[in-house]
Write a protein that binds this ligand. Sequence first.
Ligand code: ZN
Length: 61
Amino acid sequence: MRRSAPDPSVAAGAAGSGGDDPAECPYCGSTDTEREHPKGPGLCRSMHFCDDCGEPFERFG
Ligand SMILES: [Zn+2]
């Protein structure tokens, strides 16, 4: 006996973002931001820099 049913789980295989989406600037709302290396004690805190308004800001998560 032979089964040749198509696998429906293959259809939803879009390679999404690599989990490194840009943070949104809290000052101007732009996503044209750069991530800087964390230098604080908090591991879940990261520093970002907005290219639009030139303001550095912190981001959690
Ligand atoms: Zn900004």
